[in-house]
Design a protein around this ligand. Structure first.
Ligand SMILES: [Zn+2]
Length: 454
């Protein structure tokens, strides 16, 4: 018997963090930050398990909403033993250091916690124990609470480099936490692997549960559409801005653009990238033989790229047609993609290509919903401006579509499903569909602070 206690990302896509107590051993699955909140408000509710045993922390992948609050978790529980895939640890070292200076500005002097430092990140990343996909490792014995051996195994989640689903097994009973999962191939990563056999409990992400899958064409169909529209824009002398997340989407879209150029489906115009995305590109290259890849020979370093930060003025991007991949993916205020979008909007021949999900409360969403000729305010504090450039919407998703999530249930045949990491409508659709398709399966909707006996 085990208890499952959500401390974030329940009923929404927030700071992923789940406390699991198995026979007296405390395991924290993920320790993220809320993507839209700042400072102390972005942290999971660690207080919910402050008086419970905390022995292990297992991280599914390196996106900030799954990893960003790990330094705060370790500060509270210095004896916690951490596990991740080697790739997740390598990315964590980059992104946590990168976040230090941003965090300094987000915490107030009277906040009960202070932001973390570079020294803390060095110690933290050194202490993460790495385990490859497919190899079971023991997670018991720290306090000798558990009388029966407890093991964990990582499975490739097909989402970003190093992403993993986490299988926890004890005495024949099995709990599987999907993390963020993707069953279909992207340009670089093939789809997820799942454990063989059935599980007792499935903790399932629900990101696209509310999204009609007919609005998410296959990766290949979207690639064809993107090539066609990009040709139109570039032929007219325009430049394309693609807002992307530095981790995952940057690498996948860069590989896609290059692949289209190599196949003669796109003209060989300059491609601009840069920042932390470059460092992450190197990790994608470094681990290309270590983890499953669509093409293990392909290297991002082979793609000619200009440094986006070397451009002295924005006008440089408009002198001749080019493609600019800039983070953040949702054009958050103050980021490169936000800054560039303001100028892009003013020029008729240009285009902004949105390639992924936009949270409704972000500037990216306002761009996504805008039409040429309409007036737009990127934030409530920005001036109104007329949308002169064209805006093209594409969906290249790194998450399983809702039918894919049901496929995970079909393959693992869990007795219980706990739905996490999705808004209310997503979780509703998933819950009803699972009950209708798999009679006898118990469905739990995770609620922050509410213990589920599993
Ligand atoms: Zn993710």
């Amino acid at each position: 018997m085990a208890q499952f206690l959500p401390a974030g990302s329940a009923g929404e896509i927030g700071a992923s963090c789940f406390y699991l107590n198995i026979d007296g051993t405390g395991v924290v699955l993920d320790s993220g930050t809320h993507p839209r909140k700042e400072g102390i408000c972005a942290l999971p509710q660690f207080d919910l398990f402050k008086d419970l045993p905390v022995d292990f922390g297992i991280i599914s992948h390196a996106h900030q909403d799954h990893l960003g609050s790990l330094p705060f978790l370790v500060r509270r529980h210095p004896y916690i033993r951490l596990f991740a895939t080697p790739q997740t640890r390598a990315i964590a070292e980059l992104t946590l250091h990168d976040a230090v200076s941003i965090l300094q500005g987000q915490f107030k002097d009277d906040d009960p916690v202070r932001p973390y430092t570079h020294e803390e990140i060095d110690l933290l990343t050194q202490s993460i124990l790495t385990r490859p996909y497919g190899e079971a490792f023991p997670i018991e014995g720290l306090r000798q609470r558990s009388s029966v051996p407890l093991n964990a195994t990582f499975f490739d989640a097909g989402h970003i480099l190093g992403s993993a689903g986490i299988l926890i097994e004890q005495n024949g009973s099995r709990i599987f936490f999907t993390g963020d999962v993707n069953l279909d191939a992207q340009t670089l990563l093939p789809g997820a692997s799942l454990p063989n056999g059935t599980v007792d409990v499935l903790v399932l992400e629900s990101t696209l549960g509310a999204t009609d899958s007919s609005t998410i064409p296959s990766w290949g169909v979207e690639a064809g559409r993107l090539a066609k529209r990009a040709n139109d824009v570039l032929e007219e002398g325009g430049s394309i801005l693609m807002p992307v997340f530095a981790l995952g989407k940057m690498q996948e879209m860069l590989a896609l653009v290059w692949q289209l150029m190599e196949r003669g489906r796109l003209p060989r115009v300059p491609v601009y990238t840069g920042g932390i995305g470059w460092k992450i590109n190197r990790l994608y290259d470094q681990y290309r033989y270590a983890v499953p890849r669509v093409d293990g020979e392909f290297e991002l370093a082979a793609v000619p790229q200009e440094n986006i930060f070397k451009a002295e003025r924005v006008e440089e991007f408009f002198r001749k047609p080019c493609i600019v991949l800039a983070s953040s993916g949702m054009m958050i205020e103050g980021t490169m993609s936000f800054k560039l979008a303001k100028r892009w909007l003013m020029i008729k021949r240009n285009a902004i290509f949105t390639v992924g999900y936009m949270d409704p409360l972000t500037p990216g969403y306002r761009v996504l919903m805008a039409e040429r000729g309409s007036r737009i305010q990127l934030t409530d504090f920005e001036d109104l401006q007329t949308v002169k450039c064209s805006i093209e919407r594409f969906r290249f998703t790194a998450h399983a579509k809702r039918e894919g999530l049901l496929e995970v249930v079909r393959r693992l045949r869990p007795k219980r499903v706990v739905l996490v990491h999705g808004d209310e409508s997503a979780v509703d659709w998933m819950g009803y569909s699972i009950l209708a398709s798999f009679p006898g399966t118990k469905v739990h909707v995770a609620e922050t602070g509410k213990v589920i006996e599993i």
